[in-house]
Design a binder for this molecule. Sequence first.
Ligand code: HEC
Length: 139
Amino acid sequence: MRRLTLLLAAAAAAWFAGAPAPSAQYFGMDPGEFLFGECRDCHNFAEGAGPGRKAPNLWSVYGRTAGTAPGWEYTRELKASGIVWTETTMERWLRNPGAMVPGTKMDFQMPNDEQRELVLEYMRNADPAGYVRAIQGLK
Ligand code: HEC
C-alpha cells in the first residue's frame, strides 16, 4: 500500500511537471517573461549590459554565432560548435544543452515544450531586430 501511494505521488508529480501551467502560476506577468526569469538567474538580457552573474549577455543572440558575446569566457566546446542561434537551434539547446554541445557549462534544461515556446516568443518580441537577422541567415 505504501509503495502504491509513493508510485501515485511520483506519477502525479511527473504529470504536473509536464502539464501546461495554469496562467495564475505566472502571477499576472507575461508567461514568457515570467519563465525567462529563470534565465536571468545567470544571464543578462539588455543592450550593452555586459554579462550576467553566471553567463553571457543574451541581448542580440539571434543570428549570432555561439560563443561570441563580448566579455564572457565561454567553454572551448561551445566556441568550437559553430552554432548560429536561430529559433531552431535555441529550441534544441534549451531542451538539453549538454546533449547538443557536450562539455558546455550551461547547467540548466527546459524540458517542457510549451515553456520553451513561451521563452522563445518572449525573446523574439523583446529583440525583433536580432530575430529578423536570424531568419535572414545574417550574422
Ligand atoms: C545556471 C545558469 C544558467 C541558466 C539558468 C541559463 N543559462 Fe544559458 N548559459 C549559461 C552558461 C554558463 C552559458 C555559457 C556556456 C558555455 O560557455 O559552454 C550559457 C549559454 C547560453 C546560450 C549561448 C550564448 C552565446 O552567446 O553563444 C544561450 C542562447 C543561452 N544560454 C540561453 C539560455 C536561456 C534562454 C535560458 C533560460 C531558459 C538559460 N540560458 C538559462 C548558464 C545558464
